[in-house]
Design a protein around this ligand. Structure first.
Ligand SMILES: NC(=O)c1ccc[n+]([C@@H]2O[C@H](COP(=O)([O-])OP(=O)(O)OC[C@H]3O[C@@H](n4cnc5c(N)ncnc54)[C@H](O)[C@@H]3O)[C@@H](O)[C@H]2O)c1
Length: 340
């Protein structure tokens, strides 16, 4: 098994709290050799805190100096494309944060470049590592769901417009709740449909609350600078007559502060993901099967390990470059259908 030399670009929250701890736990498979962030002082401080030898503020200099074979892209959405393509040109495998990019064209180009360079490009859609998701996939393989023909997927926040960062800046983020939250559950829903591509999409996007302002549960935002959608609802129809209903929001006048789930409807059975319940017909009766002993997974650790498995050429369920390109194309089609 190859031991990889990894670098990270972007030294913010996801690098500090998710990726670096996961990579450190996988120290038999990977060494973190450097981190690069816009602010060299902050990069050095992050490196020192985690015992990482090198820190840079210039990515090209980092690639030339340390010659890594893995790069983890933890930068804002609009920098996923330039830094991922740069890393691929330097011969790295890349684990890139979600969403894949801010346009379908970028995500397609990233996948093509990874393929032509013979490198793994994968996306950090870590809900794929949830125990509930693995159970759903086992139920599907065992034929307990039959043919999946409809999925309701939602990722909603009541007043969760972040009062920090670039979440309301379309130029940096590429979009709002769909781009930031919706991609997680859309990826799962598409996965359950073997990443088929929809042929019809109806969608609406809104910004009533975002542009008006009001009480926030994740800090306060500036409504005069609110440039993305605060909610986006879409209906996707597939050539085989299957369908997905997707709802996402940063802000929506609803009860729960945060609500994220998938409901899967099949010809033999159905399931809700969180907490997992199988809706089935048993011994001639309708039954709801619960799984009280399902153990929670460290989904970031498992996704980083799944990415390294892919780099090793082993089977892996990490979101691939091809899937990411389709995901980004569907996101773009949803925005187009919503007139955005
Ligand atoms: N998978 C998940 O569940 C999840 C959760 C949170 C964030 N994310 C994604 O992770 C990415 C980063 O999010 P975050 O919350 O860590 O943001 P953040 O703002 O905390 O960190 C971004 C980092 O990138 C650095 N950066 C900006 N421009 C740069 C440049 N030109 N060169 C080098 N570094 C630069 C910043 O200095 C900062 O350290 C986003 O794409 C976000 O969507 C994913």
């Amino acid at each position: 098994m190859t031991k990889y030399r990894a670098v990270l670009i972007g030294g913010g929250s996801i690098a500090d709290k998710n990726h670096i701890p996961a990579l450190k736990q996988l120290s038999e498979r990977v060494d973190i050799v450097a981190v690069c962030s816009r602010d060299g002082g902050k990069a050095r401080a992050l490196a020192d805190r985690h015992g990482i030898p090198h820190a840079f503020s210039d990515a090209e200099e980092m690639f030339r100096t340390v010659g890594p074979d893995v790069m983890v892209n933890c930068t804002p959405n609009n920098l996923h494309y330039p830094f991922t393509t740069m890393a691929l040109e330097y011969g790295c495998h890349v684990l890139c944060e979600k969403p894949p990019a801010i346009s379908a064209h970028e995500a397609r180009d990233m996948a093509d470049r990874a393929k032509s360079r013979g490198r793994v490009l994968a996306y950090n859609l870590q809900l794929r590592q949830a125990a509930e998701w693995a159970l759903l996939m086992r139920c599907r393989e065992e034929g307990r769901l039959g043919e999946i023909y409809h999925i309701k997927a939602h990722f909603l926040r009541r007043r969760g417009i972040p009062g920090w960062g670039y979440f309301t800046d379309r130029a940096v983020q590429g979009g709002g709740s769909l781009m930031d939250l919706g991609v997680h559950v859309l990826d799962l829903a598409l996965c359950a449909m073997d990443y088929a591509q929809p042929d019809r999409i109806l969608a609406n996007a809104y910004d009533f609350i975002g542009k008006t302002g009001g009480k926030g549960l994740m800090g306060s935002w500036d409504p005069t600078k609110f440039g993305v959608e605060d909610a986006c609802m879409a209906y996707l129809s597939f050539p085989n007559n299957a369908s997905i209903m997707l709802s996402t929001s940063f802000a929506l006048n609803t009860q729960a502060d945060r609500d994220r789930n998938l409901e899967v409807f099949g010809s033999r059975g159905g399931a809700r993901l969180f907490p997992f319940v199988l809706h089935a017909e048993l011994a001639g009766e309708l039954a709801d099967v619960h799984f009280p002993y399902l153990e929670e997974e460290d989904i970031q650790l498992k996704n980083t390990a799944a990415f390294l498995d892919a780099c090793d050429g082993k089977p892996s369920n990490v979101c691939t470059a091809e899937e990411g390109a389709i995901l980004q194309a569907v996101v773009e089609q949803i925005y187009q259908a919503a007139g955005r």
